[in-house]
Write a protein that binds this ligand. Structure first.
Ligand code: NAI
Length: 401
């Protein structure tokens, strides 16, 4: 009696998870990818190849895991029927489409996992599943378990590093009844590393979302930029961080911590101790990779995991570069990141002037309206995952789901 695992997505993370899950004979692994012709292409590749996951070891060597998922399809009914664990492993903007397509076929006692969920995952999942959510358990993780990238579509994916531990929360529907602890079930699919760590409540995982990193760095770098004076080269994203950018990120992180503390005061029994400052997070998760740990700026400048990463830029006439605000650092990490955290802050009665300043700037670049002054009442709020968009009106309601 194999565990029926469904993986939604067709990118780097989905390739890794499909390979790891299918290499365990106790799982029957299906993949659903709705994007373009990915399902056809991937199916074709696997007719004459295995799916290989290459794991780069610390000593420079590597290990290969070969396997074949049972089914790769774009047909939701075929993919979902009978699934016991469903992983969504795509950028946050694609979650809505997956929820829409899979929900008619989700059965009772299904475990739905956002890997990672990103801010607002649970709000959207509850909303789109409706009554069905009562029969399901929703989990989300704070990040992806690995740094990974596809080397050859469908056939070869590389894991550059595993996280040691990964925080995850669960939200159990009122009549959901799983055979096994959701943490054990997900751990079995992932394998031994990273070790899942239970976070007490899902709002803490939202406040830990790593989508807070990019928007302050974008704002700090580009708010005074003159489009009429394009650059000759793409600047380094992390190695080039300056004091102003680091200070903005630090302030946003402090606002998340303040929101957590305010919630602890208002809702009895809630523990937000996992919502830590971004500097402490870098020092914990990238301990071996950072050469200068003096402060947040030097920590980002000297983190090997970030070597060579550049600002998202687009080319203009004459071959020079201007920033590309349609890239996910702003287009995704604001509506599916900062705006959600701002919304939680608003329900908790916490002022977030630095988030507000960044959102106000970013919405101009995105040609959207989320904030009006310091209130989330803009006309484009329905395109975000702020709790207000799903009808949450009080802080208590976030904990009554
Ligand atoms: P990815 O960039 O590989 O995702 C691309 C995939 O998303 C495509 O192959 C397609 O299946 C889907 N997609 C793209 N555009 C779409 C559209 N318009 N409509 C529907 N589907 C579309 O993503 P990756 O690298 O797997 O990351 C997944 C999540 O994990 C993201 O939230 C990312 O920020 C996060 N993450 C990734 C890390 C990595 O090392 N790859 C590290 C840490 C976090």
């Amino acid at each position: 009696d194999r565990t029926k695992v469904l993986i939604c997505g067709g990118g780097n993370g989905a390739h890794c998870l499909a390979g790891l899950s299918a290499s365990n004979p106790e799982n029957e692994t299906h993949v659903l990818t709705l994007f373009a012709d990915e399902a056809e292409r991937w199916t074709k590749v696997l007719q004459s190849n295995d799916l290989t996951v290459t794991i780069v070891k610390n000593d420079g060597g590597s290990e290969e895991i070969k396997s074949k998922p049972t089914l790769i399809t774009k047909n939701p009914k075929e993919a979902v029927t009978g699934a016991e664990i469903i992983f969504l492993i795509v950028p946050a903007f694609a979650h809505e489409q997956y929820f829409r397509e899979i929900s008619p076929f989700i059965g009772d006692n299904t475990l739905i996992v956002g890997l990672p969920g990103q801010a607002g995952f649970e709000f959207q999942c509850l909303h789109m599943l409706g009554e069905k959510a009562k029969h399901c358990t929703i989990m989300s993780t704070e990040s992806l378990p690995w740094a990974c990238r596809i080397l050859e579509f469908g056939r070869l994916v590389q894991i550059l590093g595993f996280k040691e531990t990964l925080g995850a929360s669960k939200l159990q529907g009122s009549i959901s009844n799983l055979k096994q602890s959701p943490f054990e079930s997900v751990q079995k699919v992932l394998g031994p590393k990273p070790v899942l760590r239970e976070i007490q409540n899902y709002i803490a995982v939202n406040l830990m979302a790593k989508s807070i990193i990019h928007p302050p760095l974008m704002y700090g770098k580009w708010s005074a930029f003159n489009e009429a004076a394009p650059l000759k080269e793409k600047p380094l994203f992390y190695q080039g961080v300056d004091e102003k950018q680091a200070s903005l990120l630090s302030s946003v992180s402090n606002e998340c911590i303040a929101i957590g503390k305010a919630i602890e005061k208002q809702i009895p029994g809630i523990d937000m101790s996992e919502v830590i400052h971004i500097l402490d997070w870098f020092l914990t998760y990238y301990a071996d990779q950072i050469t200068d740990k003096s402060n947040l700026m030097t920590t980002m400048q000297t983190n090997k995991a970030y070597d060579g990463l550049l600002h998202p830029m687009k080319q203009v006439d004459g071959g020079q570069f201007v920033p590309d605000f349609s890239y996910r650092y702003t287009a995704e990490d604001v509506p599916f990141g900062l705006v959600v955290l701002k919304g939680i802050g608003q329900l908790a009665g916490v002022d977030t002037p630095v988030m507000d300043e960044i959102i106000t700037w970013a919405q101009g670049k995105l040609n959207q309206e989320y904030l009006v002054g310091s209130e989330l009442s803009g006309k484009d709020l329905p395109k975000t995952r702020a709790p207000q968009r799903f009808g949450f009106k009080t802080l208590q309601q976030l904990f009554d789901v």
